[in-house]
Ligand binder design. Sequence first.
Ligand code: DMJ
Length: 499
Amino acid sequence: MKIREMMKFAWDNYRHYALGKNELRPLSRNGHVGNMFVSKLQSRSINRKRQDPSPGGGRLRGGVGGSEHFSGMEHISPSAPGGLRGATVIDALDTLYIMELEEEFQEAKQWVEKSFDLNVNGEASLFEVNIRYIGGLLAAFYLTGEEVFKNKALELGEKLLPAFNTPTGIPRGVINLGSGMSWSWGWASAGSSILAEFGTLHLEFLHLSELSGNPVFAEKVMTIRRVLSRVEKPQGLYPNFLSPVTGSWVQHHVSIGGLGDSFYEYLIKSWLMSDKKDSEAKKMYDDALEAIEKHLVKKSAGGLTYIAEWRGGILDHKMGHLACFSGGMIALGAQQEPEERRQRHMGLAAEITSTCHESYARSETGLGPEAFRFEAGSEATATRLSERYYILRPEVVESYMYLWRLTHQPKYRLWGWQVVQALEKHCRVESGFSGIRDVYTTTPTHDNMQQSFFLAETLKYLYLLFCEDDVLSLEDWVFNTEAHPLPINHTDLRAAVQP
Ligand code: DMJ
């Protein structure tokens, strides 16, 4: 009931001050529309290469600067006048429905019916549109059976297709939804596409094909699968940057956190969603996890297990908050394994989740930093000023939810409840919830942003942590990477599109 109250509070404030905008700014009591998900990158210029949708076409456009790496997964949408709106409405739909916030769900649905305009001429991140909008609409359709959600999801899916017109079929990261032109992020090395972006389409696109009867969506993601399964992998690892033109890796940075994360998640969930028929996805997941265990999993001097990042063979002993989803993923994937592997993977999942819990427990606020390091004298804490913020992210409570459901050890509920209390104390402001700039001070400065994923994921996973297991049972549903539930699919679309 407490978490339901938090959801109502977050929604009511968004609706009151920012309905139709992408996210609520709870301190200034307004919303923002452009630059979706740009908050922590505001100071960076965007340098982007724009390319014609036709293979080989392309011209350079604007901008200076840019950044090779950033520590998050919010893939900045370049300033986007005329872009998609209402991210929080779409992200919140299924959470409102599941929590039986009936009146609020109807408000959200009405906005989708009357005001959600897909005929926009703005730029958008292929990845974000897929996980937040298409994922949110599909989940709302599957939960309610309301055709409006299905139709909007299909319409939006069609608009994304031109991004796949590259020599390899690996899509580019940014698309203009009006013209269909697409290009790569300027900060991505040499016009490359990002593993966690083009590798996080499979679940939604299979459902788009199933619902429309049009195999084109499934074909697009199976082409990506083909490129990835054939390309040579250094030590069995998947680097984060791939050229959509040549299909080869552009830079050897490997991470289970930002830039890589949900690619691994979608391999195991593709297998689960296919009712365990998609054995190719399972094999790719198993092989990837084996390489991660061998090369990236480390134990600190103080006994904490973590997953390091890899830069051309050199380890960076750092874990991003984003990487904390992996405890839940590994536990989920362990369930069907032979006993020895199951136990080993459940042990690994529990240890990683415990390390992520430590990153929360070792801060003054009880909330975890954006990234934490394992260096002499510092374990599971942020050592750089720029990594001390918390933006209402879900990954740690996501792992608590999976570990609770799969082990029923009470500590996961206890840890989840501690997060609820910390959110109430440090992030709840008069008109919504806000991220904080420094988890190591109890007089935190707020960032004035109520992220849409707080409603889609953080509050949903917390709620599910305290529900009975049959509420969105893991036997029947897989959660996309934005926590939108998709039903286990009994049609093997993969077989349908293979020659
Ligand atoms: C969400 O949009 C998704 O979980 C994505 O996969 C990673 N980042 C955010 C939440 O932190």
